[in-house]
Every structure is written in structure tokens, then in C-alpha cells.
Design a binder for this molecule. Structure first.
Ligand SMILES: *Cc1c(COP(=O)(O)O)cnc(C)c1O
Length: 400
């Protein structure tokens, strides 16, 4: 089969809910991807930050194969010998008392919403059915009906209603708006410390600190969605660490199992996650030994290979060099660590054609929100590799 045949199959037999670049990948190693024609590309998306440890990391491959040969799924009707170790490792790494494991990011967000409501009724004593959760404009928390129900993106919602009530939208990065939105029925504030899908939007310095104070003042749970920003991506374990802020509920996913397997989790305290009783919530695959074994190894790789430090150092370097590129098209370069957005001027005609030009030169990026090119390579990237990419990026940002 040829490249065009693979594309034709997808077009003919698959739902068209994505608009991918026409590159058909068949192999990955570290930061590099290879297509069916043998072309080599630097991955600057990392599957939306799910492969922070790099493609097909040998340690994760080994952990996955070994576990797959022993035991893959028990359901939570029985215990397995990997899940407890994953809980302990997450506790030691993050300090959170308890973990609740799920699979996709959206499921972990749903879990956090459920536990926030439960906490609201049981601990804060909100009247039944009255709980409110505050969220931000521009949010991206996944694709379930509840979650898209509080999206501010028209396309995410269109034709999918009716939606569950109980959510309130406020502007992102505006602490006063949060305080104004809180009522006695508010149980939680759900927020991304940097909005990834909205175009790498970094809130004003001090925002998360103020959010922490406001949530404390009004007895509201601060819930951070760090599914994309967490686990080293921004040069700290969590993006909230940049402001030394500790949310009550931490939601992680994506890189938790290094791109090998969908593993997500909600981390929180005994006071919050301890509210769940047997039967309150669950998932057939959540906490399975295969996912747990891979996640355990993925966390070990993150710390033992100093990937967080690498993201901090090289992220700063990459962002500084990007900002120095003279280009008629660039409006702003922003981000933290290795989560960088290059926003183009509206006259540039959208980021897509720049992504296609980068693809021609061996760099895979995806536009986000029409005018932003996101640069988020795996955290195992080296300085020389960034330098190589910068040459091509400079050329592309200077095309007609
Ligand atoms: C990707 C993402 C999600 C959803 O994760 P899925 O695994 O695709 O369900 C939720 N929140 C944020 C911030 C994300 O980047």
C-alpha cells in the first residue's frame, strides 16, 4: 500500500471528526517519527503532550511487554499487584493522599466533577441538586456531553444538547470574576493553569495564587486540569508549581503512561476522594495492571531521566530563540517550559499553511485555534535538535 491508499481508507471508512495533516506515520523513536515513505520528522506535538517521555521509550516498551505477558485486566472486582504501587508512587511524587484511576482525560475530569458535587453536599452542606461549578471561557476539558456543555466553543456544543446544568463560565485569568461568580452553592472552580487547546494561553502572573486565596476564603475546591500541562511539560512537575500553589484536586492523564496506554487519575485528599464509597463510581479498565505497570515506569522515567529539568532549561532556550526570529507574521511567542505557542497575525492567513510547510521540512506541528502554532516536543529533546528545528522554523516564518 502507498501513502495515498492509507489516507483513502481513513477517508472512506472513518468518521471525519478530525482534520489531520496528510502524513501517515508508522514508526516512532524518541522525538522522531517516520512515515510510510521513509521520511523522518521531529514531533513537535507529542500527541498533545501524551508522549513526554518520547516515542516507544525502551523502558516503557519493556514494562508493557512484561506486564502484558503476565496479567492485563482484572477489573476492580479483584485487586492486582500493580495498582497499589502506582498509588504509592503518585503519593510520593505529588504529596496527594489519594488517587482515583481512570483511563481517558475526560473521564478523570468527569470524576473530579462528581467528587466535587459530592463534597459540596456532604462537607459544605449545599442544598440537594443546587451545586455550582465555575469554569473558564476558552476551557478544554474533554468531549463528554457534560464537559462540552460548559465549553465556550460553539462547535464543541452545536447539536449535542441538552446539557447538564450547574456550571458557570467566567473569563480566564480574571481572579475578580471568580470571586464575583461564587455563591453559597459554589462547590468548585475547575481551571487549566495554562490553556493548551485555547492556544497556549498563559494567565497573568499571580493568578493561580489569587485563585487559591479566593477558593480558601469561600470554601470552594480548587480543581486543576493538568492533563496537558502536568508531569513536566511546563518545566515543573505541575504548572501550578510555578506559583507554588497546591490545588485541592489535581487531574492528570496523557503523559501518565507515556503514550502507551490511556491512564488518567484524580489526585486529592482523604477529605475529598475519601467520600467515595464502593459503587459510587467506577471503570472496568481504570486501575488495570497493564496501565498501572506502564504508568509506574513512565513516572520513574520522568524523574530518573530528569525530564522536568530538561523541559525547564530547553523550554526557556527554545522560547527565547523563537521570540528572536525576525518574521513579518508573528504576533507573539508565549508559553512555559516545552509548551510554546507562536501566535500569528490575522493577516498571515492561519497557522495551517505554516504547519504544512514545516511538515515539508521534517517538523510536525499542529495549528491550534487557527492562528497559533504549538511547539511541544517530547521532553527528551536535546539542544542541538532544537537548533536544527529553529533553522527551518525561521525559514517557514519568513515565507510569503
Ligand atoms: C487532552 C485534554 C483533556 C481530555 O483528555 P482525553 O484523554 O482526550 O479525554 C482534558 N483536559 C485537557 C487540559 C486536555 O489537554
Amino acid at each position: 500500500m502507498q501513502t495515498s491508499d492509507y489516507i483513502a481508507l481513513e477517508e472512506q471508512y472513518g468518521a471525519h471528526n478530525y482534520h489531520p495533516l496528510d502524513v501517515v506515520l508508522e514508526r516512532g523513536e524518541g522525538i522522531w517519527l517516520y512515515d510510510t515513505d521513509g521520511n523522518k520528522y521531529m514531533d513537535c506535538l507529542s500527541a498533545y503532550s501524551a508522549v513526554n517521555q518520547g516515542h516507544c521509550h525502551p523502558r516503557l516498551t519493556r514494562a508493557m511487554i512484561e506486564q502484558a505477558q503476565r496479567l492485563t485486566l482484572t477489573s476492580r472486582a479483584f485487586r492486582n499487584n500493580k495498582l497499589g504501587q502506582l498509588y504509592q508512587s503518585l503519593h510520593h511524587l505529588t504529596g496527594y493522599e489519594l488517587t482515583l484511576p481512570m483511563n481517558s482525560g475526560a473521564e478523570a475530569v468527569e470524576t473530579a466533577l462528581k467528587v466535587a458535587r459530592k463534597w459540596g453536599y456532604r462537607v459544605k452542606r449545599v442544598e440537594p441538586e443546587q451545586a455550582e461549578i465555575v469554569v473558564c471561557e476558552g476551557n478544554f476539558h474533554g468531549r463528554t456531553i457534560t464537559i462540552v456543555g460548559f465549553s465556550s466553543e460553539a462547535q464543541y456544543r452545536e447539536d449535542f444538547g441538552p446539557f447538564p446544568p450547574g456550571f458557570k463560565l467566567i473569563p480566564y485569568g480574571d481572579a475578580q470574576a471568580l470571586e464575583a461568580a461564587i455563591t453559597p452553592n459554589t462547590v468548585a472552580f475547575l481551571v487549566e493553569p495554562i490553556q493548551g487547546e485555547a492556544g497556549v494561553i498563559v494567565p497573568p502572573a499571580g493568578y493561580l495564587k489569587k485563585v487559591r486565596q479566593i477558593c480558601d476564603r469561600h470554601k470552594v475546591l480548587f480543581m486543576a486540569d493538568e492533563i496537558q500541562t502536568g508531569l513536566g511539560r511546563t518545566g515543573q512537575l505541575f504548572a501550578c508549581d510555578h506559583e507554588d500553589v497546591r490545588p485541592d484536586v489535581m487531574i492528570i492523564g496523557k503523559a501518565l503512561a507515556g503514550g502507551f496506554y490511556p491512564v488518567s487519575a484524580v489526585l486529592s485528599s482523604q477529605e475529598v476522594l475519601g467520600l467515595f464509597r464502593p459503587g459510587d463510581h467506577g471503570s472496568t479498565f481504570g486501575g488495570n495492571p497493564l496501565g498501572a505497570a506502564v504508568a509506574l515506569e513512565a513516572l520513574a522515567v520522568l524523574t530518573e531521566e530528569r525530564l522536568i529539568e530538561n523541559a525547564r532549561e530547553l523550554g526557556e532556550y527554545f522560547q527565547e530563540r523563537l521570540a528572536e526570529i525576525p518574521s513579518p507574521h508573528v504576533k507573539e511567542v508565549r508559553g512555559k517550559g516545552l509548551l510554546i505557542g507562536v501566535e500569528l497575525k490575522p493577516e498571515a492567513g492561519g497557522a495551517r499553511r505554516f504547519c504544512e510547510a514545516l511538515q515539508q521540512r521534517g517538523i510536525l506541528c499542529k495549528e491550534t485555534h487557527r492562528h497559533v502554532i504549538r511547539f511541544a516536543p517530547p521532553l527528551v529533546i536535546k539542544r542541538e535538535e532544537i537548533d536544527w528545528a529553529l533553522g527551518h522554523i525561521t525559514d517557514v516564518l519568513n515565507m510569503e
